[in-house]
Design a binder for this molecule. Structure first.
Ligand code: SAH
Length: 365
């Protein structure tokens, strides 16, 4: 009789899915001491060791258990694009065959990684190309923190990721637990050790989740405002119908109470003839005076078949001046990575656009 090989038992746990608290609970459930969590984080994130047998301060039986049941896996970079301004964009393959995008934005003295939280997005903001894809699924914690791991590896020691913004594809607060665990890892001293000021989550205004976030995770908050009346915001950011401006601003005030001198960044996309009148600017001043805030104006980034145009430079400048003069710190977001569709609202996970072949396009592996 021919012998049939034993089927390989699928391993159950990707250890990148756990933050330190999660790992400690995992070990305690298995009769181990909670400090195993920090030992493991050090091996994975600082020593970059993936082979459990090499983790010399773990007991032999524990190493055997981990080898049999656990694994460490990040999404894989399948395409890398580098824009003329040094912005990197990666398409990452997830285990289900879908791709997500991650963007690195180098600036003087810092490097910001823009991380995705979902495959697609359910929110249907009318000016965002990710919305056009619809929603596929939430990314796991491992797929979120995995974006940071693979990006830093790819960038090498010379280009450090100093800031992370949850501003890629998806609405991070609709993937609450996985995003919070990933942000805890970004800030953990045994992993990336970023300060809470350098980790920012951006939301379109999922109000109940904003309150929850304030309770459990202290990171910087950015809110995609884009309109100052419910009528217009209902149209541009449809989740406003569920959580209108009054409730949104109340949740912002609640978050601002976390710490003294804390400010919330409001994002405002500049759409020609839609939300860029001086009356809109005055409305913004009135609204933002009610909460400690900074304002970030985002020039609209076009994408195929989008029906909006970006406001003129003059309008953006006038808008900015009016707000600054009223005492609201206002900046205009520099559009980066435009030639590789890496700018805000252009991330779609679409990577094979033949019209863009002239760009530096490299397939990894
Ligand atoms: N869903 C979250 C995270 C996305 S962050 C949120 O809404 O905040 C990306 C930022 O870019 C958001 O402020 C988003 O509204 C904005 N954005 C989306 N499409 C854009 C576009 N085409 N041009 C400029 N900004 C855009």
């Amino acid at each position: 009789m021919k012998s049939v090989p034993e089927p390989v038992k699928p391993k159950l746990f990707n250890l990148l899915d756990f933050d330190r608290k999660g790992l400690a609970a995992f070990f305690v459930e298995r009769g181990e001491k909670p400090f195993r969590a920090t030992q493991l984080l050090k091996w994975i994130y600082q020593e970059e060791v993936e082979d459990f047998d090499l983790m010399s301060n773990l007991s032999k039986p524990l190493r055997a258990y981990l080898t049999e049941n656990c694994y460490i896996a990040t999404p894989e970079i399948v395409i890398e694009q580098i824009a003329s301004d040094g912005v990197h964009k990666w398409a990452l393959q997830t285990h289900c065959g879908n791709r997500v995008e991650t963007v690195f934005i180098p600036e003087e003295g810092r490097g910001t990684l823009c991380v995705s939280s979902q495959i697609g997005c359910a929110l249907a903001c009318t000016f965002c190309s990710t919305a056009r894809q619809g929603f596929n699924r939430n990314l796991t914690t491992a797929e979120i923190i995995g974006q940071v791991i693979v990006a830093q590896k790819r960038l090498g020691a010379e280009k450090r990721i100093t800031n992370i913004v949850m501003m890629g594809m998806g609405e991070p607060l609709l993937n609450f637990d996985n995003v919070v665990a990933a942000m805890n890892l970004m800030m953990d001293d045994f992993t990336f050790g970023l300060s809470k000021r350098r980790v920012t989550i951006s939301t379109s205004g999922v109000v109940p989740a904003m309150y929850r976030l304030t309770q459990v995770c202290d990171v910087s908050l950015a809110v995609s405002l884009h309109a100052v009346t419910d009528e217009l915001r209902d149209e541009l950011v449809p989740i406003n119908k569920k959580y209108p401006l009054k409730e949104l601003m109340e949740a912002c005030r609640d978050n601002a109470k976390i710490a003294p001198r804390r400010t919330i960044t409001f994002e405002y996309v500049m759409l020609d003839g839609v939300n860029d009148s001086m009356q809109d600017a005055r409305g913004l001043i009135k609204l933002l005076k009610t909460v400690p805030s900074k304002l970030n104006l985002i020039p609209f980034n076009p994408f195929p078949n989008s029906s909006y145009r970006c406001s003129s430079k003059e309008t953006i400048h006038r808008f900015k001046t009016l707000l600054n003069d009223a005492g609201i710190v206002t900046t205009v977001r520099k559009t980066r990575g435009e030639d590789i569709d890496a700018a805000c609202g252009q991330l779609v996970g679409q990577v094979e656009d033949k019209s863009r072949r002239h760009l530096k396009l490299k397939t990894v592996n």
